[in-house]
Design a protein around this ligand. Structure first.
Ligand SMILES: Cc1cc2nc3c(=O)[nH]c(=O)nc-3n(C[C@H](O)[C@H](O)[C@H](O)COP(=O)(O)OP(=O)(O)OC[C@H]3O[C@@H](n4cnc5c(N)ncnc54)[C@H](O)[C@@H]3O)c2cc1C
Length: 419
C-alpha cells in the first residue's frame, strides 16, 4: 500500500530498525488505530496499549541493551512516535513518557540500582514518572521550591510536584529538587534558593510522607492521566540519588531534550493523520456541483499543510540526528523542532477540522480528539514561548561570540561609526 507522506526518512534506517517501524505500522493498522477512540473515552491509564507496546519491544527502545532494551537511536524513535501519533496520542505518549521518566535512571543510576530497576522498567513490570514541574515552577524550572535536606547518609524531601504524567500508576518517581544543608537556618520551610544545587532522587511510591492526588481532569491526551505529588519530609537514601549533587538539572535537561523530539514527532504524526482524514473527506464530499477537494481554496489549504509537514519532518529528522551525534547544538535543534512541529500540528488539526465541517466537530469523528490533543504538545516539555526564548537567546549569544564569522557587508567598526 502506498502512503501520502514521503517514505524517504526510512532510507536512513538499518534493517532491524525498519523492521520495528513495520511492526509498529501493523499494530497501528490492526489494533492501536481501531481502538484509539475507545482508549480516549476515559482518562484512565491505557494499560492494554502499554502492554502491547512492551510486548513488541517498542517501549524497550528507550532502554540499554544490557537491561533488555535496544538503546535505539532518536532517528528511529521519532519514526515510531510519528506512526503512533498518527492515530493515538496516548500510545505515542506511552513511548515518549517511558523515556522521559526513565532517562535519568539510565544516565545517572549506579550500576547496582540500574541492574535492579531497569530490566523491570523495560519489561513494564514497574513504571516510573518524571517529577519536575511544581505549582510555582513550570516554564521557569530554576524556580523549583522542593528541597532535599541532607540527613545523615541521605535526604529529607519536602515539596509539591504538579502535572505529573502517570503519577497514579508509577512505582517510582524521578524527583528533581534543590539540595540544602541541615545547618542552613532557612530549613525546608523556606523556598529553595538559586545557589542550592539541583539533585535528582528516585523515590518509591510507598515512601512514608509521599502522597499522590487523584488524577486531574484535563482536556485531552486521555489514557495518560496526570496527578500531583506531595512530599512531606520524605526520607530518601543516598544510593537512590541519580548522578552527583549538582547534576540534577543536567539529567533533567537530557531527558527533556529527548522528550522534545518526542513531542515534535507526535505532533507531526497527528498532523499527518489529520491531513489524510481531511483530504479523504475532500475527495468524497460533494459541494456546489463538484468534490470539495476540487475547489482551489481547499487545495491550497491542503497544499500548504502538506508542504509544511514535510518541511517539519525534515527539521525533526535533522534534530534527531544531531542528538544521536551528540552535536553541541543538539538541544537548540530539538527546541526548534519542537516549537515548529507542535505549532504546525495545532494549525493543521484546526484547519483539518474546519475542512470537515460539522462532522469534524463531533466526538464520534477523530478530528475532535486530534484537535484537543494537539494543544498539549505546544505546552508540555517547554512551551512554544519558552523554546522561542531559548532559540532567540542562542542566536544573540552566538552572534556576539568573537569566533563567529562576521557578515561580509558588516566590517568591524561599522556599528560604532556615525553616519
Ligand atoms: C497533560 C500534562 C502533562 C504533563 N506532564 C508532566 C510530567 O510528566 N512531568 C513534569 O514535570 N511536568 C509535566 N507537565 C508540566 C508541563 O511541562 C508544564 O505545564 C509546562 O512546562 C508549562 O509550565 P506551567 O504550566 O507552569 O506554565 P507557566 O510557566 O505558568 O507558563 C504559562 C504560560 O506563559 C508562557 N510563558 C512563560 N514564560 C514566558 C516568557 N518568558 N515569555 C512569554 N511567555 C511565557 C508559557 O509559554 C505558558 O504559555 C505536564 C503538563 C500537562 C498539562
Amino acid at each position: 500500500m502506498s502512503r501520502l507522506f514521503s517514505e524517504r526518512f526510512l532510507l536512513g534506517l538499518e534493517p532491524d530498525e525498519r523492521a520495528l517501524v513495520d511492526t509498529t505500522r501493523r499494530l497501528v493498522r490492526e489494533t492501536i488505530g481501531p481502538n484509539a477512540d475507545a482508549v480516549a473515552q476515559e482518562d484512565v491509564f491505557a494499560e492494554d496499549t502499554f502492554r502491547l507496546l512492551v510486548e513488541h519491544r517498542i517501549i524497550g527502545t528507550a532502554f540499554p541493551r544490557r537491561h533488555g532494551g535496544s538503546d535505539a537511536r532518536q532517528r528511529l524513535r521519532i519514526r515510531l512516535v510519528e506512526e503512533l501519533g498518527r492515530v493515538c496520542s496516548a500510545a505515542a505518549s506511552l513511548v515518549t513518557g517511558a523515556d522521559l521518566s526513565c532517562r535519568a535512571i539510565v544516565a545517572g543510576a549506579s550500576d547496582a540500582l540500574a541492574d535492579r530497576l531497569l530490566p523491570a522498567l523495560c519489561n513494564g513490570s514497574l513504571q516510573a514518572a518524571f517529577a519536575l514541574t511544581e505549582p510555582g515552577a513550570g516554564s521557569d524550572v530554576r524556580n523549583l521550591a522542593t528541597v532535599a535536606v541532607h540527613d545523615g547518609a541521605g535526604y529529607r524531601v519536602t515539596g509539591k510536584k504538579k502535572f505529573i504524567t502517570r503519577a497514579n500508576v508509577a512505582d517510582w518517581y524521578v524527583v528533581i529538587a534543590r539540595c540544602r544543608d541541615p545547618l542552613d537556618t532557612a530549613g525546608a520551610e523556606t523556598p529553595a534558593r538559586a545557589d542550592d544545587p539541583f539533585v535528582a532522587l528516585l523515590v518509591p511510591r510507598d515512601a512514608e510522607g509521599l502522597s499522590v492526588s487523584e488524577p486531574n481532569a484535563k482536556l485531552g491526551w486521555f489514557g495518560v492521566p496526570v496527578a500531583e505529588l506531595r512530599f512531606d519530609n520524605v526520607r530518601v537514601e543516598a544510593p537512590m540519588r541519580l548522578g552527583e549533587e549538582g547534576e540534577g538539572f543536567a539529567l533533567a535537561q537530557d531527558a527533556l531534550v529527548r522528550a522534545r523530539l518526542g513531542h515534535a514527532s507526535m505532533a507531526l504524526g497527528r498532523a499527518m493523520g489529520a491531513l489524510e482524514i481531511a483530504a479523504t473527506y475532500g475527495g468524497e464530499r460533494n459541494v456546489f456541483g463538484k468534490a470539495l477537494g476540487a475547489h482551489q481554496g481547499v487545495q491550497w489549504m491542503l497544499a500548504d499543510a502538506f508542504t509544511q509537514i514535510e518541511a517539519a519532518r525534515t527539521l525533526v529528522d535533522a534534530a534527531a540526528q544531531s542528538y544521536d551525534r551528540d552535536d553541541a547544538d543538539a538541544a537548540v535543534q530539538a527546541s526548534m523542532a519542537k516549537m515548529f512541529a507542535t505549532d504546525l500540528g495545532m494549525k493543521v488539526c484546526t484547519d483539518a477540522l474546519q475542512l470537515t465541517g460539522g462532522r469534524g466537530y463531533l466526538k464520534s469523528f477523530p478530528l475532535e480528539r486530534f484537535f484537543r490533543d494537539a494543544k498539549l504538545n505546544q505546552i508540555g516539555e517547554g512551551s512554544s514561548e519558552v523554546h522561542r526564548t531559548v532559540i532567540g537567546r542562542d542566536i544573540v549569544r552566538r552572534m556576539g561570540d568573537a569566533q563567529m564569522e562576521r557578515h561580509p557587508c558588516l566590517p568591524e567598526g561599522m556599528l560604532t561609526t556615525d553616519f
